[in-house]
Design a protein around this ligand. Structure first.
Ligand code: ZN
Ligand code: ZN
Length: 233
């Protein structure tokens, strides 16, 4: 599994941190997995839907605009222009919010397939485990990171989070960690100054990537020579 990014920034940046990967199937097709989808990246996501694409999954971390505002338009484009149904994959705490959100923007449940799970979900070749985390008070209990496993490879994706704690047990030797990181403002996000004592030694055991950045230049300067990398487009 190779994670690609449609955007690398936080909510107020020019691009939003949405990611994707493909998983080959036995029949030669490739399932497409999008990790969140902002309105900014719907057109880019459309280019990923090809003839040989198998199932289309959108895995949502939480309901902030920079993570979910593109799903309605993407569902409509896939169905109305390509005849393809989008699978929205969420932890069950988000199920009703997704239904309500899509209904309000005119996307009834017949237009997509909502797949919910409590802890873990086995897709074809991919195991998805939801990791509940703390982000903003308004979305308490409704923010998730994920552990994605395929062929012995483990990817831990934090989504938006104010703490790394729930992810630590998943960070085994050789795992890849994609963590959100702010340079200037913490509070509902992780701030480099407060996290670096944890992340710098962790980078010797895992591959650490920063995403959802508010100041890439500053974070690049801070991480130079540390082994910690910034995600790129
Ligand atoms: Zn965000
Ligand atoms: Zn958020």
């Amino acid at each position: 599994m190779k994670l690609h990014f449609l955007g690398t920034g936080g909510a107020f940046a020019r691009t939003h941190t949405n990611a994707w990967f493909e998983e080959p199937r036995e029949d030669g097709r490739r399932d497409l997995y999008l990790l969140d989808l902002s309105m900014l990246h719907v057109q880019a996501a459309e280019t990923l839907v090809r003839e040989e694409t198998g199932e289309i999954y959108v895995l949502l971390t939480h309901m902030h605009d920079d993570h979910c505002s593109g799903i309605g338009l993407f569902i409509e484009w896939c169905l109305l222009l390509k005849g393809r149904i989008v699978n929205i994959l969420v932890q069950e705490a988000l199920a009703q919010d997704v239904r309500d959100y899509l209904r309000i923007i005119g996307v009834p449940e017949e237009m997509y397939r909502l797949i919910t799970f409590s802890v873990q979900m086995e897709m074809a070749g991919v195991t998805v485990t939801a990791i509940p985390t703390r982000h903003t008070p308004a979305l308490a209990g409704k923010c998730f990171g994920f552990c994605l496993e395929t062929g012995g490879q483990r990817v831990v994706f934090t989504g938006d989070t104010a703490t790394l704690e729930p992810f630590i047990p998943w960070l085994t030797e050789g795992a890849e960690l994609y963590t959100e990181m702010a340079y200037h403002h913490g509070n509902v996000h992780l701030r480099w100054e407060e996290q670096k004592t944890l992340l710098l030694p962790l980078a010797k055991k895992c591959s650490v990537f920063l995403m959802h950045m508010d100041d890439e230049e500053a974070l690049r300067r801070e991480t130079e020579g540390t082994g910690i990398r910034l995600v790129t487009l």
